[in-house]
Design a protein around this ligand. Structure first.
Ligand code: TA6
Length: 319
């Protein structure tokens, strides 16, 4: 049938690049990338971010060359998740009997899915976008654990958001039972740097800290940017939770860390001897090219009643 007026051809919009998400053949890791080249890789073991690359391919996280990536142990590097206890568990406590730093970094998480968003109303031609990956862990997924924690019910949703110049990691920790329990949590972030001797950390100058090298000592604020010239293991509690922490290398700002509901910042570098003492730390001089700046809530216990949810997170911005 001859139509009087054929509709004008509908212009086919050029293919707008979108974020890509893939699952490895062995279902052990999830990789997401933005059209502009940034990427993040998450190992389901521990829901450990093991790689975060900038658009030019530069790796922003340190991953030990000897890190176990087969699920046999917690990953040495990237962003291990610490919960429900930071450090060695105290005695006579529900976490007693748990491994150092708890069980989340050494558990198999499930991948819950992705969502991507385009910035603004229409994506720019470069596909200026972000992609969010969600992971889950609950008490039913744990093998038996040698502590009172086996009697507690919890559900954790962990979100990793890759933006153009930022990586955001956040936790929603739910008490799904009726017993109140308390926890600590922390993102054990291993930042990649070029030379530890060229580092200054700004934003902690007015923060008191606990110096854990040679036994925990309460220490007064340094009143100046922090440099690292030996084994360093400090828990800072900056007066303002909104205080940004900036890592400067060779006088050039490199990373900025901002925190939500995470009042403490741990600064750690094992230096030569401690690095040598870790069987999964490599290469031998790798300690020169890593700096842990760890956002957490570890200087006290967070109490969570049945049915309640705690939320907190960090954002690391490339400068
Ligand atoms: O975050 C710093 C720290 O608590 C150090 O005391 C050191 O033990 C580091 O964590 C690594 O702990 P891990 O159990 O991963 O060897």
């Amino acid at each position: 049938m001859e139509r009087s007026k054929k509709p004008a051809a509908i212009p086919v919009s050029p293919t707008i690049p979108t974020p890509q998400v893939s699952i490895s053949q062995d279902n052990s890791r999830i990789t997401a990338s933005l059209p502009t080249g940034e990427s993040v890789e998450v190992l389901l073991h521990g829901a450990t971010v093991i790689s975060w690359k900038a658009a030019d391919g530069r790796e922003n996280l340190f991953l030990s060359s000897k890190a176990a990536l087969d699920g046999s142990k917690a990953v040495r590097g990237g962003i291990p998740l610490i919960f429900p206890v930071f450090g060695p568990p105290p005695s006579s406590h529900p976490t007693t009997g748990l491994p150092q730093h708890g069980f989340t970094r050494n558990s198999k998480w499930e991948y819950l899915g992705k969502s991507s968003s385009e910035s603004g109303s229409l994506p720019s031609s470069s596909g200026d976008a972000s992609v969010k990956l969600d992971f889950g862990l609950s008490n039913e997924m744990l093998e038996s654990i040698p502590s009172e924690w086996k009697n507690y019910a919890f559900g954790i949703t962990y979100s990793v958001v890759l933006n153009r110049e930022e990586l955001e990691t956040s936790l929603a920790i739910r008490n799904t039972g009726d017993k109140t329990w308390e926890f600590q949590t922390l993102f054990h972030t291993y930042l990649a740097i070029d030379d530890i001797s060229k580092i200054k950390i700004h934003g902690l100058e007015s923060s008191p800290y606990i110096d854990k090298v040679g036994g925990a000592k309460n220490s007064s604020p340094s009143e100046s940017p922090i440099s690292i010239a030996s084994e360093t293991d400090r828990v800072y509690s900056p007066p303002s939770a909104g205080q940004a922490i900036t890592v400067v290398e060779s006088n050039r700002p490199k990373y900025e860390l901002t925190r939500d509901e995470l009042g403490d910042v741990v600064v750690w570098n094992p230096w030569l001897d401690k690095a040598k003492g870790m069987s999964d730390f490599g290469p031998e001089d790798g300690w020169k090219r890593m700096l842990c700046v760890e956002a957490g809530s570890v200087s006290r216990w967070n109490s969570l009643e049945g049915g309640d949810t705690w939320e907190g997170g960090q954002r690391i911005t490339l400068l």
